[in-house]
Write a protein that binds this ligand. Structure first.
Ligand code: DC
Length: 224
């Protein structure tokens, strides 16, 4: 019998650990991992390159015609994002992108473009995709929806440690402020706002190790 295609949606706020646990669950279960936030980041990268900054109050859908964004997920767990032939995976993680991304992800034309791209990438594969509106907007019929959450302090500390590990010198308090600001932006945008799907499994990861969360996710997906 042909294996059924499965769609797993993992949503949650910044720093809830979505991407690292989704990636590792994908490796363990031989699924394709798709990082939807990286697409919004890549578009922000592109607009900054074009305009020098992201202009306020402008619609960006016209800028996206002809834009080639792609993502390659490798079996070792690496997920690289490209704009044209340029690998932007590292650059899209910087603070300038984080500060400007709200203006880009609020744009309904951009969201429509990204949603189309994400759905087309999922067409022929069993996937696990993380983001903010995957279970509510992009795949409302997903086979499994998971909502990962954690307290603001725990999420700020995780981001802080990630920056430290990558050699960046940052201030924990300013990271916390950024997370709070991003929560406000993510939950209040008129389209694609972060919210818990009614049929999502909600996991508070504040007191859980990464391994615990991966195991829980794998146990939820395996029987599908
Ligand atoms: O997951 P991330 O932190 O890389 O996402 C960066 C931003 O992209 C996030 O603050 C809001 C936006 N985003 C979104 O609006 N919808 C998604 N499905 C994923 C990300």
């Amino acid at each position: 019998m042909e294996k059924k295609r499965i769609i797993v949606a993992v949503d949650g706020p910044a720093g809830s650990g979505k991407s690292s646990v989704s990636r590792e669950a994908a490796v363990a279960l031989n699924l394709k991992y798709i990082d939807s936030g990286a697409i919004y980041r890549a578009i922000t990268w592109f607009l900054i390159k074009e305009y020098g900054t992201v202009p306020q109050g402008k619609g960006f859908s016209g800028d996206l015609a002809g834009l080639r964004i792609s993502q390659v997920f490798k079996k070792d767990g690496f997920c690289n994002t490209y704009v044209g032939d340029t690998d932007v995976s590292l650059e899209i993680r910087n603070e300038t992108i984080a500060k400007n991304i709200g203006k880009v992800s609020d744009d309904p034309g951009v969201r429509e473009y990204v949603n189309g791209l994400l759905r087309s990438w999922a067409r022929d594969n069993s996937i696990i995709m993380d983001g903010r509106d995957i279970g509510t907007v992009v795949f409302p019929d997903a086979d499994l929806k998971v909502y990962l959450d954690a307290s603001v302090d725990v999420r700020a500390e995780r981001r802080y440690n990630e920056y430290l590990e990558s050699g960046k010198n940052v201030d924990l308090n300013s990271i916390k402020k950024q997370i709070i600001q991003r929560d406000i932006e993510d939950t209040s945008r008129p389209f694609g706002a972060l919210k818990t799907a009614e049929d999502a499994v909600v996991i508070d990861t504040s007191l859980l190790s990464k391994e615990d969360v991966i195991r829980t996710l794998v146990d939820l997906i395996a029987p599908l």
